[in-house]
Design a protein around this ligand. Structure first.
Ligand code: HEM
Length: 410
């Protein structure tokens, strides 16, 4: 932290080197204090594309997230690059009102509090069954052995995916979302667009056709038959929504579970608090979401010339909301880098309000609570067994390995 503002002007924030060991929190702290709305001149690896604004403070992220007229989701949302733009535009996460609102309303039919609560026993059964597979072992990788199979089956059971297909869906989604990571996506982005994406669509269309013929009680069936004020979803709308839900369900909850568990292992005093009083677990889940949001950012594009925190934004400029930064904004949180399971914070991990607030937030919270509860109750003294590794990405904020020793069974 010795340099001056000049180096911030030259900073290319999404450059790989800044993200090898997770989000560059020191850099974000400097941006919040010295240049809270920061211009990066070019997109690393895509020099032909225009640069982007980085919004790093909670209040400014909130402003961007709520003002869909000025900050549109219809020209790319997940990456600072325009690469996946067409794919995104076909999902409601990549649309503005009124198109967005119509689709989201129909999808909400599948996410009523009643439907989610009804899934609680099934989620606990799945998590318990995944943990049972570890009996007799001394060590495991929490990402591959617990988080991945558990979250894949939870979203799989919610959507109606047959259990035998979980692994292929997980691979398709992990590869697509971690497009820049050399281990997870060795064939690169073009390879993914050519192979993984068409395969996802094919499998999804098959499931939809089956539900049309024979309705079931899973979410896919709800979507196929959802009707509000005479409106129904079209085939391509269901396929794209399905893709969005399976992607979100496979990745994000897994990320928060692993980062949260790692923090508990690294802060035994905090873990002891949860073991002594498990009613603190929902608060620990919120603190994990705050400190380790599963998505480092989402993006908007300015529809008109405007100004944000005194910086001139032009129509067409990309505007990136960095949740990994806003969730540690020192004007919102006392000692923001401290992991405190009693904090029960508000945060922006599910988005900062507005039209695109996460549709799966209630499901994710329930799932995380159960995963924390069951893991801690069974193995209260897990320890790290080697260094965890991050997915190399400025978009997904997650570990790709988290080796642990299980310790004595409770
Ligand atoms: C820890 C878990 C999760 C996190 C951190 C998370 C985060 C987010 C964020 C930040 C957004 C906002 C995107 C934006 O503003 O452009 C979002 C949207 C969304 N999420 Fe989640 N999510 C999680 C779990 C889930 C799950 C389990 C599902 C579904 C099964 C889901 C489905 C969605 C959908 C459909 C949207 C788009 C909403 C819209 O555009 O109106 N998410 N999520």
């Amino acid at each position: 932290m010795t340099s001056t503002r000049g180096d911030l002007d030259r900073l290319l924030l999404t450059e790989r080197e800044h993200w090898r060991d997770g989000p560059p929190h020191e850099l974000f702290a400097r941006l919040r204090s010295e240049c809270p709305v920061h211009w990066t001149a070019r997109v690393t690896e895509y020099p032909q594309e225009a640069g982007y604004w980085s919004v790093t403070r909670a209040q400014d992220v909130h402003t961007v997230s709520r003002d869909w007229r000025t900050y549109s989701s219809a020209s790319g949302v997940t990456a600072v690059s325009d690469l996946f733009m067409e794919l995104m535009q076909a999902m409601f996460i990549g649309m503005d009102p009124p198109k967005h609102d119509r689709l989201k309303m129909l999808f909400q039919a599948g996410f009523t509090p009643k439907r989610i609560a009804a899934h609680e026993a099934e989620i606990r059964r799945i998590v318990t069954e995944v943990l049972d597979r570890l009996e007799g072992r001394d060590a495991c990788d929490l990402v591959a052995d617990v988080a991945q199979p558990a979250v894949s089956r939870v979203i799989g059971s919610f959507m109606g995916i047959p259990p035998g297909d979980d692994a292929i869906w997980a691979r398709l989604m992990n590869t697509s979302l971690a497009a820049g990571d050399p281990d997870l996506a060795p064939e690169g982005i073009q390879g993914i667009l050519a192979s993984e994406v068409p395969e996802i669509f094919r499998r999804c269309s098959e499931m939809i056709a089956q539900r049309r013929e024979r309705p079931t009680d899973d979410l896919t069936s709800v979507l196929v038959h959802a009707e509000i004020e005479g409106q129904r979803l079209e085939e391509h709308e269901i396929v794209m929504g399905f893709f969005l839900l399976v992607a979100a369900g496979n990745d994000s909850t897994k990320a928060t579970y692993c980062s949260g568990l790692r923090a508990l292992i690294e802060h035994p005093d905090q873990r002891a608090l949860l073991l002594a009083d498990p009613s603190l677990i929902p608060s620990a889940v919120e603190e994990s979401l705050r400190m380790f949001p599963a998505f480092a950012h989402f993006r908007r594009t300015a529809t008109c010339d405007t100004e944000l925190a005194g910086r001139p934004i032009r129509a067409g400029d990309k505007v990136v909301m960095w949740y990994v930064s806003s969730n540690r904004d020192e004007t919102r949180y006392e000692d923001p880098d401290r992991f405190d399971v009693r904090r029960d914070p508000e945060h922006q991990a599910f988005g900062a309000g507005g039209r695109h607030f996460c549709l799966g937030a209630a499901l994710a919270r329930l799932e995380l609570r159960i995963m924390f509860e069951e893991t801690l109750a069974r193995w209260p003294a897990m320890e790290l067994d080697g260094a965890p590794a991050f997915v190399e990405s400025g978009f997904v904020n997650q570990l790709k390995t988290l080796p642990v020793t299980l310790g004595p069974r409770a």
